[in-house]
Design a protein around this ligand. Structure first.
Ligand code: GDD
Ligand code: MN
Length: 364
């Protein structure tokens, strides 16, 4: 029976997975382990490479998710597939030091702990030769994280850690966000009881093969997750993202309107109509890459999605004006009437587009 499951999220890591498996196997000599890779249908054929490896070694498995994306949810699903009392999460790209695994397991066995974190920010840990801007960004994000953390963790952004399976399940049941990259932070911020933890230093390595998936979306998802923790999950996380995008849309609308109406002298009706179309389109595009990144529409699905989005928001606009006018006639409080109208419109747009524009796939 495996003592330890090593969970590895992968996206386009064909050139790393075999090497990672060999290194982990060498590091965990004498320990009963298994490796569960979770691949989001990487176009480079990572899943095929993983299945070939699994055919040669029963301790290796591949969960392939189709039509989904997300580092955190991949780790969560991998951990859920484990029967071992302890699970570790490690990146596939060889940037984390697999030689730390035995020491992590030993520490977890010996001391009354729930989590052992591979940390870049304690003792002789380090970030290798990151450039100044990436190091500064990481430090800033770490400082933000401390606002929602219930623990004095030096490296809450680490993607390399080991946790007891029961502690993980308790966090998951308490309502983890599962958004973005920062699963460790999610665990700590969600845990119903403070997690007992220890940080062990390691030196973050440079990536040799493949590319990092860290992009501006990751920053956005991080921000959304922090908001989710602040609001204690009362507001659906996608609705928060959708509303932020909506706020940006208002600015876009006003900008286009100002240019057309004020500077170009376009008649107000046309200027307002054009501004509405531009704002709806930019909202659609932004929601597609930010709010619904994991269900992102492309090709014809994108065109169809745009059409349904515009249709839904058109009806939403009627609902908005209808409610606002009705309330205004009733009590003449213009501001609260307007806000109520906007809210009703926003909830309508969100609910309808969540069902018709960005449908979750039927399986997976
Ligand atoms: N299944 C799946 N789905 N895996 C993914 C996805 C995804 O959408 N995006 C990334 N991965 C996998 C990558 O293949 C890699 O194995 C791992 O997640 C980390 O992705 P990188 O793109 O290499 O991220 P990074 O090196 O910039 O950041 C990592 O290290 C930091 C420091 O420990 C992440 O683990 C961060 O969370 C961590 O803070
Ligand atoms: Mn990496």
């Amino acid at each position: 029976m495996p003592q330890l499951s090593v969970i590895v999220p992968t996206f386009n890591e064909t050139d790393n997975v075999v090497e990672l498996r060999n290194r982990v196997a060498a590091a965990l000599e004498g320990i009963d382990w298994e490796m569960i890779f979770v691949d989001d249908d990487s176009p480079d054929g990572t899943a095929e490479a993983l299945r070939a490896m699994a055919q040669a070694d029963r301790r290796v498995r591949c969960i392939q998710r189709v039509g989904r994306r997300g580092l955190s949810t991949a780790c969560i699903e991998g951990m859920l597939a484990s029967s071992a009392p302890v699970v570790a999460v490690i990146d596939a790209d060889l940037q984390h030091d697999e030689n730390l695994l035995p020491k992590m397991l030993e520490t977890l066995d010996r001391e009354p702990l729930d989590v052992v974190v591979g940390s870049r920010y304690v003792d002789d840990g380090g970030v290798g030769n990151w450039d100044a801007s990436r190091a500064a960004t990481s430090r800033f994000a770490t400082r933000l994280a401390r606002l929602v953390l219930k623990a004095d963790l030096q490296d809450p952004m680490s993607g390399f850690f080991m946790i007891r399976h029961d502690a993980f399940l308790a966090c998951l049941r308490a309502g983890m966000s599962g958004v973005g990259f920062k699963i460790l932070l999610d665990l700590f911020a969600t845990s119903p009881t403070p997690l007992r933890f220890k940080e062990l230093p390691y030196e973050f390595r440079n990536r040799v093969a493949g590319e990092s998936k860290l992009d501006s979306n990751v920053a956005w998802e991080y921000f959304i997750m922090l908001l989710d923790k602040f609001t204690h999950g009362v507001v659906p996380i996608r609705f928060i993202a959708f509303s932020l995008v909506g706020g940006l849309g208002l600015l876009v609308h006003l900008a286009v309107l100002t240019v057309l109406f004020k500077f170009q002298g376009t008649p107000f009706v046309w200027a307002q109509a054009a501004a509405t179309m531009v704002a709806m389109t930019s909202n659609f595009v932004l929601n597609n890459v930010l709010t619904y990144r994991d269900l992102r529409l492309r090709g014809w699905a994108f065109v169809r999605g745009w059409f349904s989005f515009v249709l839904a928001c058109g009806v939403g606009a009627f609902a908005n004006v209808g409610v606002a006018v009705y309330l205004y006639q009733y009590d003449s409080l213009w501001l609260s009437s307007a806000i109520a109208g906007v809210l009703v419109g926003a909830v309508w747009n969100y609910a309808v587009t969540a069902v018709y524009t960005w449908k979750a796939p039927k399986v997976a």
